[in-house]
Design a protein around this ligand. Structure first.
Ligand code: SF4
Length: 404
């Protein structure tokens, strides 16, 4: 057995890579029980490619049109050294214009200027993390009323189940009234003061990951975590125009949930330990989908309906979960019915077995007596209702025949 990195390299093989971002960390935190996603994300595997090799290619994520539109809108918000963004900050945070009008604008995205020398390379991730930390130190040391540094595309590290993820908020504003604010720029519209609730919820979950990473960085720099505001500045196009508007997004709840779930994630070493030695998901472009499926199936999954909107492997895992049987008839895994029902079933993972317990066709194991009693009671009530409906129907039918 090799080191963690060696095993992750072997799992990934020559599959294209994709780094963690706030979206993937939020998705991982949303299903902390899924070892399959845990090892694939730790190995940096692009799951879109793997899904295609499984014969389950899906159009996942933003369309190319939405990505281009998002970049154009972000450039508009940050134009002129962030002048427009400073106005939005003054507006949304209710501070005087002079409180945010001045301060450093630090471009930390690593983009090279157009006139850069040919052999100049983009800075690596650790170099960008170091630059972000320096910019934060400068902002904190220079802090005084009327000075607000804007950090454009900072890079923040975050430990995710024992591996280092790198997260890139659109911007950070520091300091305003003594607090740092994460700025999220989204291209979905705010119409008449409201936005799509699903998109808002997704933005809040991603922003919570940024705030968590920034709090950790601030703690490492010797500052209390609450110097980072949990009111994230969300900038979106207003109505049907391209005009930016800003609102505050309170992410305290999402932050608490994300922190708790990330803490519950198993460490990558523990996820790798039970896997077969030599396991790799890279069986070549021409590999039969069934062979790839067998390799993927070697890592336990925990499918829930939420996977459909957060994970590229959702269709594969759903089919697998639905087909899963333990000799108690069809039904699949309880997770396919959602986390609430899975929780209600108290550890009985197989729907077929839950139905057999309800019918009294099988005996509960030790510790399952209570849930078996509840299931039998529910089944008895169901039969009572069905019998009552049938009796009423036949009584109504008999009455109609007698009257005719
Ligand atoms: S789709 Fe599959 S791999 Fe992805 S999180 Fe869900 S169960 Fe895990």
């Amino acid at each position: 057995m090799g080191t963690t990195d060696t095993r992750l390299d072997l799992l990934r093989g020559s599959l294209p890579t994709r780094n963690h971002n706030a979206r993937t960390v939020a998705a991982l935190a949303a299903n902390p029980g899924c070892a399959r996603r845990g090892v694939m994300d730790a190995a940096g595997i692009d799951k879109t490619v793997l899904a295609a090799r499984l014969g389950q290619a899906t159009a996942y994520g933003q369309s190319p049109f939405a990505i281009v539109r998002g970049h154009a809108f972000e450039a508009l918000v940050k134009a002129d050294g962030g002048a427009g963004l400073r106005e939005l900050l003054h507006d949304v945070l209710g501070v005087p214009p002079e409180a945010v009008a001045d301060g450093e604008y630090a471009e930390l995205g690593g983009e090279l200027p157009e006139d850069a020398e040919q052999d100049k390379k983009r800075p690596g991730r650790e170099e960008r993390v170091a630059r972000t930390r320096s910019a934060l130190r400068r902002a904190l040391e220079d802090a005084r009323p009327g000075l607000c540094a804007i950090l454009d595309h900072p890079l923040l590290p975050l430990d995710v189940s024992g591996t280092r993820a790198y997260l890139e908020p659109d911007a950070m504003a520091c300091l305003i009234a003594g607090r740092l604010h994460v700025v999220e720029i989204k291209s979905f519209s705010v119409i008449d003061g409201g936005a799509d609730p699903a998109k808002l919820a997704s933005a809040a979950r991603q922003a919570a990951v940024y705030v968590l990473a920034l709090q950790q960085t601030m703690a490492e720099l010797g500052h209390p975590p609450d110097v980072v505001s949990t009111d994230v500045v969300l900038v979106c196009p207003k109505d049907f125009s391209n005009q930016p508007t800003a609102a505050l997004l309170d992410i305290r709840k999402e932050l608490a949930v994300t922190r708790r779930r990330l803490a519950r994630l198993a460490r990558v070493d523990d996820l790798l330990a039970p896997l077969p030695a030599g396991l790799s998901f890279d069986l070549g472009e021409e590999a039969a989908p069934q062979a790839v499926a067998d390799a993927v199936a070697a890592v336990p999954a925990a499918y829930i309906p939420g996977c459909l909107s957060t994970c590229e492997l959702a269709y594969f895992c759903r089919a697998e979960a639905r087909a899963c049987q333990s000799g108690h008839g069809p039904g699949g895994l309880a997770g396919t019915l959602g986390t609430a029902i899975r929780g209600e079933l108290g550890g009985i993972d197989d729907i077929g077995r839950a139905l057999d317990l309800a019918d009294g066709k099988c005996a509960p194991e030790r510790g399952e007596e209570e849930i078996a009693r509840v299931l039998r009671r529910a089944e008895a009530l169901r039969r009572e209702v069905l019998d009552d409906v049938a009796a009423r129907r036949s009584a109504g039918l008999a009455g109609a025949v007698a009257a005719s």
